[in-house]
Write a protein that binds this ligand. Structure first.
Ligand SMILES: Nc1nc2c(ncn2[C@@H]2O[C@H](COP(=O)(O)OP(=O)(O)OP(=O)(O)O)[C@@H](O)[C@H]2O)c(=O)[nH]1
Length: 392
């Protein structure tokens, strides 16, 4: 069984210094363009990262959308098919094809219509990066794309959600996490970190090593499964943030990261180890908790009960026992092996989730132990015990 708290920190900073061939081909069968959401609190360095992508010779043809996207209320009140009926005088967009192959798309209106117009230029780019506003909760945006992709609706026919990247300000990140306005107990900066597939800790040139270490501990506690990279002015190998396939189903889902790349055990982590049963780690920060449980191969019955448990937690916000706990899950991920040998991957954002078979055990590089990670609100001791009971 893997001892998660013994994971070796891997904090890598990789310069973008070579021109690579485009490795981001959309699946030919469906010809969908991957989309990555870039979130991050005000001033963290999102625009700097995108600017870098637009000006460096990296070999990718990326359409970068810089706009006011991220008005959650606006997005949630619309369907992905929206694109007509708005006042064109309020729209303003600019497309610029750049020397490095990127397509810069600066769009001022909110919502899906902006991306619909970008998609009229389909073929001019292989990838879309979407910057949200500093106060946006990326969860609704991610779930909207994922949901529509699943049912091949509207833009879901053309775009596939690849992942969510969160840029955190190394200077003000800790203060932002501690002070941002809590919405239902979870501030936006915590939602952004909790929802992320990758976190970039930016502006590390401006702070001490100990401040970096402390903030890393907090970020990793909130989101123990997102790889964490230190950056200066958004300098990062694009392979670390693109083509993550964090929401893919089928064999591709195997690539979705569910292992932490960093773990200090800092913050208020409580480690409960039991050699016979699942191993779990729990962390709580201003109302947001991350709960990790690793488990041995499951029986078919256990797997079914886990599915029921997940439906209750994600859809009804409570445990199957009926206790009203007001649970809110921002992200969940997992990998399981059944005692029959089949392996499954779990991915979820807000109340949407998918469990897909990815193969059989003893495949190269796939651990036999399973692991579930939940990030959200109300994931307390009772939830932990309830999950352990099912997975034991
Ligand atoms: N020293 C230093 N400054 C940085 C770094 N990254 C960004 N900056 C500066 O920080 C400021 C904010 O960066 P932006 O890229 O505009 O941040 P943002 O997240 O897009 O900001 P909003 O759009 O307001 O949410 C700018 O003045 C950048 O030049 C870094 O790694 N080191």
């Amino acid at each position: 069984m893997t001892d998660l708290d013994d994971d070796i920190p891997q904090l890598i900073e990789q310069p973008v210094n070579e021109v690579k061939p485009i490795g981001l081909k959309p699946d030919a069968a469906v010809a969908r363009v991957p989309l990555t959401i870039i979130s991050g609190f005000l001033g963290a360095g999102k625009s700097t990262l995108l600017q870098r992508i637009l000006t460096e010779r990296h070999g990718y043809r990326i359409a970068v959308i810089m706009n006011e996207f991220g008005d959650t209320a606006d997005i949630e009140s619309k369907t992905i098919n929206v694109g007509t009926g708005e006042d064109p005088s309020e729209r303003s967009e600019e497309f610029l094809e750049l020397a490095n192959g990127c397509l810069c798309c600066s769009i001022k209106d909110t919502g899906i219509a902006a991306i619909e117009r970008l998609m009229q230029k389909k073929g001019a780019f292989d990838y879309i990066l979407l910057e949200t506003t500093g106060l946006a909760d990326p969860g609704p945006i991610a779930s909207m794309f994922w949901y529509n992709e699943e049912f091949a609706m509207g833009l879901g026919r053309d775009i596939t959600l690849d992942g969510v990247v969160c840029v955190v300000d190394a200077v003000f990140g800790k203060k932002q996490i501690e002070e941002d306005h809590a919405v239902d107990g979870i501030g936006e900066s915590l939602r952004q970190i909790g929802c992320a597939d990758v976190v970039l800790l930016n502006k590390v040139d401006l702070v001490s090593e100990s401040a970096v270490t402390e903030l890393q501990g907090i970020i990793n506690g909130v989101n123990p499964v997102a790889p964490l990279y230190q950056t200066i002015r958004g300098e990062i190998d694009l392979k670390c943030i693109l083509d993550l396939k964090a929401f893919s189903s089928g064999p591709d889902a195997r690539n979705a990261p569910i292992e932490s790349s960093y773990n200090t055990g800092a913050g208020h982590a409580h480690d409960h180890t039991d050699n016979r049963g699942p191993h779990e780690t729990h962390y709580e920060m201003r109302g947001i908790s991350s709960l990790q449980v690793s488990c041995p191969p499951l029986s078919g019955g256990q797997f079914e009960r886990f599915d029921e448990w997940l439906r209750s937690v994600l859809w009804d916000g409570k445990l199957p026992s009926g206790e009203d706990r007001k649970l809110e899950v921002l992200r969940c991920k997992g990998m399981f092996t059944l005692d029959s040998g089949e392996q499954y991957v779990l991915q979820g954002v807000r109340n949407l989730y998918e469990i897909d078979v990815v193969g059989r055990k003893r495949s190269l590089g796939v651990p036999e132990d399973g692991k579930v990670v939940l990030i959200g609100k109300g994931l307390d001791e009772g939830v932990r015990r309830s999950l352990i009971e099912i997975l034991s």
